[in-house]
Each structure stands twice: as C-alpha cells, then as structure tokens.
Design a protein around this ligand. Structure first.
Ligand code: ATP
Length: 216
C-alpha cells in the first residue's frame, strides 16, 4: 500500500475517527480543528495536529494544501465554515477534496463548489443498516454512491446448483458478480460455467434497487 498524505479539517466524531484510522493504517495525517481540546486529544494519534480556524485564509495557505493527496472537510453543523473552507481549498489547488454534508442543500452547494466527493455519513449509515437489518442474506455492504453498492451476501436458494450462464445476473438484474466464496476458497474471476453452491457467499456490485430485487 502506498503511503498517502491526508489533511482532515474538523475533528468531530467523523473527522477524528477517520484521521485516527488513517494514521493507524500508516498514512501521514494532519488534523486541523478550531477547538484546542480536540487537538490535544489527537496530538499523539496523528502525524500533526493543529489548532486553527480553517475559515481564515492565512491558516489554510500555510498548510501547503496542494501537497496532500486527499483533503477531508469534516465540518457538519457549521455549514458556513464547511463551505468557505472547501472553497478556499479548491482555490488553493487541493488535488482531491472529500467533504461531509449534513443536509441535501449543504451537499448541493459543496458539489457546486467543485468538491470531488460529498458524503452524508448519518444518512448513508442509516440506509446501509436498514438494508442489513431487513435482509438476512446481506452480510456486509459498501456504499459506492447513494444508488450503488458492493454487497457480500449469502447465495439465495434459487441460485443453488445453477451456473452463472444459467443465472445470467447481468442481463436479468443488472448485477455484476465479482467473487464467489465457498468455504475457504475464493474465486475472484468467476466464469460462465462456474456453479453456485448452497451456502456460497457472493460479492456483487450493482444498483441498490436491483440488489434488493435479487433477494426478493
Ligand atoms: P461530527 O458529527 O463528526 O461530530 P458535526 O457534523 O457535528 O461533527 P461540527 O460540530 O460542525 O460537525 O464540526 C466538527 C468539528 O469541526 C468540530 O470539532 C469543530 O470544532 C470543528 N470546526 C468547526 N468549525 C471549524 C473551523 N472554522 N475551523 C476548524 N475547525 C472547525
């Protein structure tokens, strides 16, 4: 894994969890927060923790923002601060900006500014949990966007004993099968002739509504 550099602006629950995890994974992580206490709590957990107001242009300029691989704006409630910070980051040539939004309007403004990826952690986590809780077949799920996911699921009964050619998941459901796990074995390039067995785990990618249809 290539070591990357991240700047996380805003060390609330989302920002600090992201920053600490990235740091534990061996990446360089700088955290900026206006709140001295938050910064003190993170000082020995990340590469660099800085107490500063990100809406002050001077503070952002001194970071050398264009050198970071990814900049994360993790300010939610203070919408004005989130927008102003993202705008300055964009102007200063940040390579890739990911920003957290609390509401649809907040997200829309961030997209207009040119933020590369907008995430809605509370909304997306709620939706993901709802899918996992209501469908006992779904073991894990990664949201690729509000509409698309990668899911790990137990092969539904109707698939058992059928080949991929017979199942024809791509044209019948619009779903791509990435891998099949059978006990300890994992098949990462499934072919048309491969047969799904009872209790196989499938890793699939597709539209959420098509994935739901598959399990109905
Ligand atoms: P979370 O849900 O992740 O806890 P939140 O959505 O409630 O966060 P906020 O409370 O607005 O979001 O902000 C998250 C963090 O951003 C806080 O630690 C706050 O101190 C910090 N923050 C807010 N405004 C600024 C700013 N202008 N400069 C730097 N940090 C800021």
């Amino acid at each position: 894994m290539r070591r990357k550099s991240f700047a996380v602006i805003g060390a609330g629950r989302f920002g600090s969890s992201l920053a600490v995890t990235l740091s534990e994974m061996g990446h360089d992580v700088l955290v900026m927060d206006i709140d001295e206490k938050k910064i003190q709590g993170l000082a020995d957990k990340v590469t660099h923790a800085l107490q500063a107001d990100s809406t002050n242009e001077h503070n952002i300029k001194t970071l050398g923002i264009a050198n970071f691989d990814v900049v994360i704006v993790a300010i939610g409630v203070e919408m004005q601060a989130s927008i102003l910070t993202s705008l300055m980051l964009k102007e200063l040539g940040a390579k890739y900006i990911l920003a957290k939004a609390r509401t649809e309007q907040h997200g829309k403004v961030l997209e207009r500014i040119g933020v590369d990826r907008v995430v809605f952690p509370e909304r997306d986590m709620g939706a993901r949990l709802a899918r996992q809780l209501t469908d006992t077949h779904v073991l894990d799920c990664i949201d690729l966007s509000p509409d698309y996911s990668v899911e790990e699921l137990m092969a539904p009964d109707f698939m058992a004993g059928k080949s991929l050619q017979e199942l024809n998941l791509r044209s019948r459901y619009g779903i791509n099968l990435i891998a099949i796990r059978s006990g300890d074995r994992i098949n990462i390039s499934p072919l048309a002739g491969d047969v799904i067995e009872k209790n196989d785990l499938l890793i699939v990618v597709g539209k959420n509504k098509d994935l739901d249809r598959l399990l109905q």
